[in-house]
Design a protein around this ligand. Structure first.
Ligand SMILES: [Zn+2]
Length: 440
């Protein structure tokens, strides 16, 4: 777990705060209240066995303390998960009178699917081995398509002509990209400006609580490049990993993905609309290895293109961020054309992880695969293998998540929709409990 949600303030939400005390009365009866509370306690219990499991928690502090002091064994947690599943199947089948029927149905389906993912993670913690695809289906409600080396070779051929110089393609690409590194002394200024621009664009379309905010920290020694630790009370801590050089394109990508309209906004909207307004306490906890993560990563990535059209992005980079980083703004277009080609290789990262976790290739082979087919220079490829060791099939959430969310938003908004229309569908998705399999 990253940072605990110590930010719970009693009294902020009478409905949820009331859950903490056994004698407290809820203002409105929620048939799923007891089940939702058991689910939260279950997830906190699993977190005692898996340090990465609880990504965010901002419910009552005593539930966390109880999970820590009780430390239920894995088998007992699974028995409790099964019991909650059984009770959920027969509880709240008819929506309460005041509830929106569709949203209520989504809530029950979501809770059931999150519970089955909890059970899958518990079985893995108990030593069960799943294939890459079985694992991603069980945990994230999705399976990534497979791609052959030949498909990536075709993209590499296109890229080859775009990156001049001597040496192998990866050497040339690495050298080319080094020209777009943000000097460390300018990193914070560049990043703060990117956040300001992402937030400004987001606030034109999304109403956020007045006291939402996040802080940025620069860290080292991590397998990821950036991380949002949601604290509750509409606050996030965003960490940026500076182990490796940070390229200029990452400023807007990270600011949108981790902040606006990505993870920070997603968590703020869930807290506001589901947890506080409706008192659905299950949203006070976020188990990382669950379908919620595909929606979280997918929306965070699609959020980049929702916030910035291509022209807007290129102009902002050319006129603002490149100069702030001391880079030549006239090179923006060429740089982004190369990056667009490299982005088409993103599924090579899934192939590397699938082969590695299924035992087809070893660690060195995986690093080599990432260098050859995904255009990861060696240090980044090694960092990525450490990420795969830690987070396993989670890798699909970024690119498959992005593609599923993009299709969903486009199909609802219609092709060629106005930015306003796209924003509307995007925000509706951020504010509702929709499952990956429900995006189709
Ligand atoms: Zn993310």
């Amino acid at each position: 777990m990253g940072r605990g949600g110590a930010g719970w303030r009693p009294g902020l939400c009478a409905l949820v705060a009331g859950v903490a005390g056994p004698s407290a009365q809820a203002p409105q009866a929620d048939p799923l209240r007891a089940i939702a509370e058991r689910y939260v306690r279950l997830v906190l219990g699993v977190g005692q066995h898996d340090g990465d499991y609880v990504d965010a928690y901002y419910g009552p502090a005593e539930w966390k303390t109880e999970a820590e002091s009780g430390r239920a064994p894995l088998a007992a947690l699974d028995a409790e998960a099964q019991s909650i599943e059984r009770d959920l199947a027969t509880t709240g089948v008819t929506p309460p009178v005041a509830a929106d029927g569709d949203l209520w149905t989504l809530r029950r389906q979501y809770l059931a699917r999150q519970l089955s993912a909890v059970r899958a993670r518990l079985s893995m913690l108990q030593g069960r081995t799943l294939t890459f695809d079985e694992e991603s289906q069980a945990l994230y409600d999705a399976v990534a398509p497979t791609h052959t080396e030949a498909e990536f070779e075709g993209i590499l051929k296109d890229l080859d002509g775009r990156v001049p110089g001597a040496g192998t393609l990866i050497e040339r690409y690495d050298r080319y990209r080094q020209q777009f590194v943000i000097p460390p002394a300018r990193l914070d200024r560049v990043f703060q400006e990117a956040i300001r621009a992402c937030r400004e664009r987001t606030l034109r379309h999304v109403t956020l609580p007045a006291d939402e905010r996040f802080t940025v920290e620069y860290v080292t020694g991590k397998s990821w490049s950036g991380y949002n630790w949601y604290q509750g009370n509409y606050r996030s801590v965003i960490q940026v990993n500076t182990d490796l050089p940070i390229h200029i394109d990452r400023a807007v990508d990270l600011a949108c993905h981790e902040g606006y309209p990505g993870h920070h906004v997603y968590n703020v909207l869930l807290e506001k609309h589901l947890m506080r307004d409706r008192g659905w306490v299950e949203y006070s906890v976020y188990p990382l290895f669950s379908p919620q993560s595909l929606i979280a990563e997918g929306t965070a990535n699609v959020g980049i293109e929702v916030a910035f059209s291509r022209d807007d992005r290129l102009a902002f980079e050319r006129d603002v961020l490149f100069p702030l980083a001391g880079l030549d703004g006239m090179r923006v277009t060429g740089y982004y054309e190369v990056l667009a080609l490299v982005d088409r290789l993103s599924y090579a990262g899934n192939e590397a992880a699938r082969r590695y976790l299924d035992g087809v290739i070893d660690r060195a082979g995986t690093t080599a695969w990432l260098e050859r087919y995904a255009m990861y220079p060696k240090p980044r490829a090694e960092q990525r293998v450490r990420f795969i060791d830690q987070y396993r099939s989670y890798v699909i959430n970024y690119n498959l998540g992005r593609d599923l969310v993009r299709q969903y938003v486009e199909s609802r908004a219609g092709r060629g929709a106005t930015p306003e229309r796209r924003w509307r569908e995007f925000v509706a998705l951020l504010s509702s409990p929709r499952l990956p399999s429900g995006l189709k």
